[in-house]
Design a protein around this ligand. Structure first.
Ligand code: G1P
Ligand code: ZN
Length: 542
């Protein structure tokens, strides 16, 4: 039976960098999720006759949310839904299913790399028929719809059995429960030289993949252990758990510390990797050496042609503005267009759809290509494996060779978390106000060439996004970027991005924190971080 439920609007249902993210208990309030789902359907012109992919990273409330979404879609006339078994789909796998089945989009449940559980975070986002996150015009329409929401419709029906693969009905809607891994793994086999990688594993190549008790466990086991022949147990923390086993599933040196300890230890495998809650992020590590995400993007771009899926070359390379310029150097050397977009994967979608670029990346452990419209953690790991197999070199050799060819963009990001929102806003406002006076001034022995607030004009649809981060650009190509996170759920997170270029003739083997020391000092002075926020040290350094 279709039921119409009266409700009143909730404050703050504004999608951020990647969908709506809140504490799980906020989502568990009566009508909260339903209001947002109704706003999604309203913003895309209704669910009638449409087909949606539905799934999430398995965190607490994932299964309940899937049932709520299916009941509302069925009540509102959706034709069909494709759902990952158990309600599970990694974000890149969901993006692939949306494209493969030519659906009308998908609803993905995840708060990405944020911890999960009843007292942690939950999230929801809508992806378009191209498989990519909804662009700003659409998320703005969703937010507008939430503000006046008075009612939603849903179906009174027993829960769908999410665990049994096959086809069933919910009201008039067809529900297909699919294996979350099969189609994704098949796509990976089309892109990479599985026999070459398998041969390397057979010859003794060793790897550790830390899935951090999040969604990639089943994908990684199937691909690395079953299809590529990596030793059993290569994938650790391989069972997705509702609270990620208490882990913070953010693949960076701070949170993936078990992997880091093993990779820096005496018995390190040849190659290590980790992925995040929903499987779109990755960190790669060699034996005794960490690969920064910005360098990883540049190296993948320089070597992608070694993988069959990219053998014909790249169309262009895109990076988010705060990501280091290492990838730009590769693009320049290869005569390829380079794009600089605001933070957030959604800005890459138009470039990919218009065939302007093939590879994209962000400093925040996100890399991907035109095979889907999300960043893709396991894809990046597989491309690394393909390159390592073909070049038959270690990660250290490949990194060293890259810096000797292109020079090194020393890079680091310092995060100051859970700052009082008012203080963070005030600091950014003061910083923006003084930008015009900074040009040609000197600080810590460096001269500021330009200071601005990054704005982006999409080269495909002409849309303009302003206030995307304050940039301080120095005459020697060094750079500081400040922005406030759009994904945090507690207070404000200040991100300070630091970069310095060292040509190949210079010292390529410094610790990045040492190489960046004067820039770090300048970053504190220019924004008066301590005076404004009371913080002297960042909470997380990547
Ligand atoms: C963060 C990252 C950004 C990424 C996003 C979603 O957003 O910085 O690069 O696209 O998560 O994974 P932020 O919290 O900085 O707004
Ligand atoms: Zn993620």
């Amino acid at each position: 039976m279709i039921r119409t439920i009266q409700t009143t609007p909730f404050d703050g249902q504004k999608p951020g960098t990647s969908g709506l993210r809140k504490k799980t208990r906020v989502f568990m309030q009566p009508h909260y999720l339903e209001t947002f789902v109704q706003a999604v359907f309203d913003a895309i012109g209704g669910a009638e006759g449409k087909c949606f992919v539905v799934g999430g990273d398995g965190r607490f409330y994932n299964d309940t949310a899937v049932q709520i979404i299916l009941a509302m879609a069925a009540a509102q006339g959706a034709a069909s839904a494709i759902v990952g078994q158990g309600g599970i789909l990694s974000t890149p796998a969901a993006s692939h299913l949306i494209r493969l089945n030519k659906t009308d989009g998908g609803i993905i449940l995840s708060a990405s790399h944020n911890p999960g559980g009843e007292d942690e975070d939950f999230g929801i986002k809508f992806n378009m028929p191209n498989g990519g996150p909804a662009p700003e015009q659409v998320t703005d329409a969703m937010y507008a719809a939430t503000k006046t929401m008075a009612q939603y419709t849903t179906l009174d029906a027993p829960d769908v059995d999410l665990n049994t693969i096959g086809t069933t009905h919910l009201g008039g809607m067809l529900v297909q429960i699919v294996d979350p891994v099969t189609d994704y793994a098949a796509l990976m086999e089309t892109l990479f030289d599985f026999p070459a990688i398998r041969a390397r594993f057979a010859a003794g190549f060793t790897m550790r993949m830390d899935s951090m008790c999040a969604v990639t466990g089943p994908y990684a086991r199937e691909i690395f252990e079953n299809r590529l022949g990596a030793a059993r147990g290569t994938v650790t923390h391989a069972t997705p758990l509702p609270d990620f086993g208490g882990m913070h599933p953010d693949p960076n040196p701070t949170w993936a510390h078990e992997l880091m300890a093993e990779m820096m230890g005496p018995n390190a495998p040849d190659f290590g990797a980790a992925s995040d809650g929903d499987g779109d992020r990755n960190m790669v590590v060699g034996r005794g050496i960490y690969v920064s995400p910005s360098d990883s993007l540049a190296i993948l771009a320089a070597n992608a042609h070694l993988a069959p899926g990219y053998a014909q070359g790249l169309k262009g390379i895109a990076r988010s503005m705060p990501t280091s310029a290492a990838a730009d150097r590769v693009a320049a050397a290869m005569g390829l267009p380079a794009f600089e977009t605001p933070t957030g994967w959604k800005f890459f979608g138009n470039l990919l759809d218009a065939n302007k670029c093939t590879l994209c990346g962000e400093e925040s452990f996100g890399t991907g290509s035109d095979h889907v419209r999300e960043k893709d953690g396991l894809w990046a790991v597989l491309l690394w494996l393909n390159i390592l197999a073909v070049r038959n070199q270690s990660v250290t050799e490949i990194l060293t060779d890259h810096w000797q060819t292109y020079g090194r963009n020393y890079y680091s990001r310092h995060d100051f978390e859970a700052i009082e929102t008012a203080k963070a806003d005030q600091m950014m406002a003061a910083l923006r106000a003084k930008l015009p006076q900074l040009t040609n001034t000197e600080t810590h022995g460096m001269t500021i060439a330009r200071a601005d607030d990054f704005a982006y004009t999409d080269p495909v649809d002409g849309s303009v996004s302003t206030h995307q981060g304050v940039r301080i650009l120095f005459t020697d190509d060094s750079r500081i970027v400040y922005r406030l996170s759009g994904t945090g759920t507690q207070g404000a997170t200040l991100r300070v991005y630091l970069e310095r270029y060292e040509p190949s003739s210079g010292n390529l083997n410094l610790d990045p924190q040492t190489a960046l020391a004067p820039i770090i000092q300048a970053a504190h002075d220019i924004a008066q971080i301590n005076a404004n926020t009371g913080r002297t040290e960042p909470d997380v350094i990547t």
